[in-house]
Design a protein around this ligand. Structure first.
Ligand SMILES: Cc1cc2nc3c(=O)[nH]c(=O)nc-3n(C[C@H](O)[C@H](O)[C@H](O)COP(=O)(O)OP(=O)(O)OC[C@H]3O[C@@H](n4cnc5c(N)ncnc54)[C@H](O)[C@@H]3O)c2cc1C
Ligand code: SF4
Length: 486
């Protein structure tokens, strides 16, 4: 156990962010570099090692949180790093990007501020990289079996790393020009600098994983050919079909899906473009959708020099405290102020977009909205509340409806879908097609990085068992798990 009195003597303190005026002028991560180091040991000491660590269940990966808190408190960073990697292939992603459902389940959180688990996690892994402790772990012997992984997001990468280390020969196919999935082209640089992905890819290459970019399965290689070439296939193609807003004026120029807007900003940061062809500079920007994708659009628009940024949400503003329906240790829906929201802009809740209005050149100029309320379990418009707000760039960030159906992947493999339109799988992550497995958002629906990694690890075990009859690989989650988590 860390300091038995730590939680009594030390208050919760989190990573410091850089001043807004400074950080909106660049794209680097918003945190003050090195700000965690002086505080993290004391923060780790707040862990009570409470006996039944609910944080384990809160974390889909089952991260061994009290164990690495103890090592961090004792300054044994190498041991902390080993315990962290025992359950998580990519803690540098989750330590930066996870909404930390573990902290909502922390026992200390019943009547105090929870342990800063995510900050401890990111410090352990950053120190491990710095110390040269993160090295390639190639398999001792090869199985002679081959696996194709479709998609290089966190689910595909986790599955590929587990299967490569188990001795199988793994190739990851990615339709984009770079590896990383939404980590690369969805999530902006200011939330996670892409050097963290590049470093992992190098480790994976050195372990033997092969990467094939700009190859779309279904289009460039058909399913039958892939199936013939490999002993097993893991589909980790994400849930990248954006939900549309079919209201009058949707066809006007200047209205884009968030996933048309964000990747271009990331491509500027990668050095592929000098300016984004869809830029917020000097424009009144409206982001439709109050979630994380919307917040990423807000932060991107600030950095591009928007004249104003407004984020719309159809649901009412969440509360700042847990309500009765979301008791500890569940993950509550609370009002969140992300780093992008700290930087400015306005958030409007309980409104619905009725239509867009453009100028004579067909460019969007105004967004018309109306206030809404839930009455009798139904969303109804409040008469007399219609108004319009200036909108010269609109991004649609209203969620995703499932895996991409344009490229024929689902039909060519003959995959069954579940009732939510995701690729159906059994408890081993196997689809209805023998030897074809599915992991991450493609099977779960749009979710979180931590779930994608957990599913990638679990699917790898299913594949390993399919190929060899047995497996020692861990399976942290089942496809139906929601547990305490989001
Ligand atoms: C803008 C945005 C911000 C987000 N922010 C966060 C966050 O802060 N924290 C968090 O936990 N989660 C966040 N999420 C959710 C998280 O990114 C996803 O849940 C996670 O990336 C899913 O991982 P995945 O591997 O299943 O799929 P993805 O990351 O979507 O990767 C799928 C990959 O498959 C490729 N692909 C698809 N079809 C084919 C094909 N036929 N052939 C070859 N390649 C193909 C795609 O190009 C893509 O690269 C965010 C999502 C978005 C959109
Ligand atoms: S991965 Fe997420 S849920 Fe798990 S320990 Fe890290 S921050 Fe918590």
């Amino acid at each position: 156990m860390a300091d038995p009195k730590g939680f009594l003597t030390t208050d919760r303190e989190v990573a410091r962010t850089r001043p807004v005026a400074e950080r909106v002028r660049d794209w680097n991560e918003v945190y003050v570099p090195g700000s965690l180091l002086p505080i993290v040991t004391k923060q780790a000491s707040r862990c009570m090692d409470c006996g039944i660590p609910f944080c384990h269940n809160g974390c889909p990966l089952g991260n061994l949180i009290p164990e690495w808190n103890d090592y961090a408190y004792r300054d044994d960073w190498q041991a902390a790093g080993e315990r962290l990697h025992a359950t998580n292939n990519f803690p540098e992603f989750t330590g930066r990007l996870c909404p930390a459902p573990c902290e909502s389940a922390c026992v200390l959180g019943i009547n105090q501020q929870p342990v800063t688990i995510k900050n401890v996690e990111v410090t352990i892994i950053d120190k491990a990289w710095e110390a040269g402790d993160v090295t390639p772990q190639p398999p001792e012997r090869l199985s002679g079996k081959t696996v194709a992984v479709i998609g290089s997001g966190p689910a595909g990468l986790a599955a590929a790393q587990q299967l490569t280390r188990a001795g199988h020969t793994v190739a990851v196919y990615e339709r984009a020009d770079r590896i990383g999935g939404l980590l690369r082209y969805g999530i902006p640089e200011f939330k996670m600098e892409k050097r963290h992905i590049n470093r992992r890819i190098e480790q994976m290459r050195a372990e033997g994983t092969k990467f094939r970019t700009e190859v779309e399965i279904g289009r460039d290689i058909d399913a039958a050919k892939l199936r013939k070439r490999y002993d097993a296939v893991v589909i980790a193609a994400g849930a990248t079909t954006s939900r549309d807003l079919p209201v009058p004026g949707r066809e006007l120029a200047g209205i884009h899906f968030a996933m048309e807007y964000l990747p271009l900003a990331n491509k500027v940061q990668e050095g592929d473009l000098t300016v984004s062809p869809i830029s917020a500079e000097g424009k009144h920007v409206v982001v439709i959708g109050g979630g994380d994708t919307g917040a990423d659009c807000v932060g991107t628009a600030h950095r591009q020099g928007a004249a104003s940024v407004t984020q719309l949400e159809i649901m009412p503003r969440p509360g700042e405290q847990r309500n009765e329906g979301q008791p500890w240790p569940t993950f509550p829906m609370l009002y969140k102020v992300t780093s992008a929201h700290e930087e400015g802009g306005e958030r409007i809740y309980s409104v619905s977009t009725t239509h867009f209005e453009g100028d004579e050149d067909g460019n969007v100029q105004w967004l018309h909205l109306v206030e809404v309320e839930f009455t009798g379990g139904k969303l109804t418009q409040k008469p007399g509340t219609e108004r319009r707000i200036p909108a010269q760039l609109v991004t649609l960030a209203m969620g995703f409806t499932g895996t991409d159906r344009q490229n024929g992947l689902v039909e060519q493999f003959g995959l069954e879908l579940d009732e939510r339109g995701n690729i159906a799988r059994d408890a081993d992550y196997a689809t209805n097609v023998p030897g074809v497995f599915v992991a991450g958002d493609a099977g779960r629906g749009q979710s979180l990085i931590v779930w994608a990694i957990a599913e990638g690890r679990s699917a790898a075990r299913g594949v390993d068992r399919h190929l060899t009859g047995t497996s020692t690989l861990p399976a942290p989650v089942r496809p139906t798990d929601r547990a305490l988590s989001v």
